[in-house]
Write a protein that binds this ligand. Structure first.
Ligand SMILES: NC(=O)c1ccc[n+]([C@@H]2O[C@H](COP(=O)([O-])OP(=O)(O)OC[C@H]3O[C@@H](n4cnc5c(N)ncnc54)[C@H](OP(=O)(O)O)[C@@H]3O)[C@@H](O)[C@H]2O)c1
Length: 299
């Protein structure tokens, strides 16, 4: 098991779970800037005022940051998610705490400039921590825009985000040609390990930070393990739930910087942030976890 440096202390000896402390968090370094990020972030795709009430989203964000979370991923294509986040972050006084990521929406604008400005307006910000290209159709023109914005100090990190199989092939070509990306974002999960073949090692070799989306396959992994009791080995990596097992599998990949589960419920946030603490599976245990899930899926 990989040690995460979390001391368990008297509470653990007494058989109690230690109180979550932000300084127990497992963090990873962004290679291009040396900045540290907790390994669990928050995907805000489902933060939309039409889909839930503000109090639920406020509780989720408050719990996320109270537990040490920083990176929140949004996009202009997620309804009013950017605007809603800006409201909550300001109301809760979290501007200096959070690391905000968004994306360029290609609404017919070739270079993404309009989308970039719209996002800053929605986020009520002069600059953004990470801006990612989401539609690879105009990737060269959009990269040029983002590099310019980075030179002007309006974006701190530049990235590209994908989630479809054919997009991974194109992203591999972009990384291989040496684009100076700070981040890539890709789908990767215990039962979806396609990115492990080429993209993840390539990112590590090129000093590019990796965000992982769809760590639960939008609920697919929960459905697959619905009838399965949590195996005994979950305790060896300090997991109390399947969600934590799925997240620890992802963040134990050496190329992964941060995973961004979608989570709108406070209870899910608390459970998922537990995966940023304690032991992580080592390489041998990761192989065993892969065999385990493959057998469950095959059944
Ligand atoms: N092209 C792209 O760039 C792209 C594409 C897809 C996704 N993304 C990013 O990746 C993020 C994650 O993807 P996703 O949200 O679609 O899928 P996901 O993270 O695989 O799954 C999210 C679902 O899991 C549920 N969940 C979270 N924690 C749980 C727990 N502990 N127990 C049971 N259920 C739990 C959530 O429920 P609740 O909401 O009820 O908590 C939600 O229904 C997105 O929010 C977005 O930021 C980017």
């Amino acid at each position: 098991m990989l040690g995460a440096g979390a001391g368990l202390g008297a509470a653990a000896i007494a058989g109690l779970r230690p109180l979550a402390q932000p300084n127990d968090l497992i963090e990873r370094t962004i290679p291009s800037t040396g900045e540290l990020l907790p390994v669990i972030g928050l995907g805000a795709r489902n933060f939309r005022s039409r889909w839930g009430d503000l109090e639920m989203y406020r509780a989720a964000i408050r719990s996320f940051t109270d537990l040490g979370g920083r990176l929140i991923d949004s996009a202009p294509s997620y309804g009013d998610s950017e605007r809603l986040l800006a409201t909550l972050v300001d109301e809760l006084g979290l501007r200096d705490r959070v690391f905000l990521a968004s994306k360029i929406a290609d609404h017919g604008t070739h270079d993404g400039n309009v989308s970039f400005e719209n996002s800053l307006r929605a986020l009520r910000a002069d600059s953004i921590d990470l801006m990612q290209i989401q539609d690879l159709g105009n990737v060269d023109a959009q990269l040029a825009t983002l590099y310019e914005m980075k030179a002007e100090g309006r974006v701190r990190h530049v990235g590209i985000s994908v989630w479809l199989p054919n997009e991974q092939t194109q992203l591999i070509e972009i990384v291989e040609r040496g684009e100076p990306l700070d981040f890539i974002q890709v789908d990767y999960a215990m039962d979806n390990r396609r990115a492990d073949a080429r993209l993840l090692p390539l990112a590590a070799d090129n000093g590019i930070a990796v965000l992982v989306n769809l760590p639960f396959g939008r609920g697919r992994l929960f459905a697959e393990t619905d009838d399965e009791p949590l195996p005994d080995w979950a305790a060896d990596i300090d997991c109390d739930s399947w969600a934590q097992v799925f997240l620890k599998y992802v963040v134990s990949h050496p190329a992964v910087t941060c995973v961004i589960p979608g989570m709108t419920k406070e209870t899910h946030v608390a459970e998922n942030m537990g995966a940023a603490r304690g032991r992580l599976p080592d390489a041998a245990m990761r192989r065993m976890m892969e065999q385990y899930i493959d057998e469950v899926v095959d059944d």
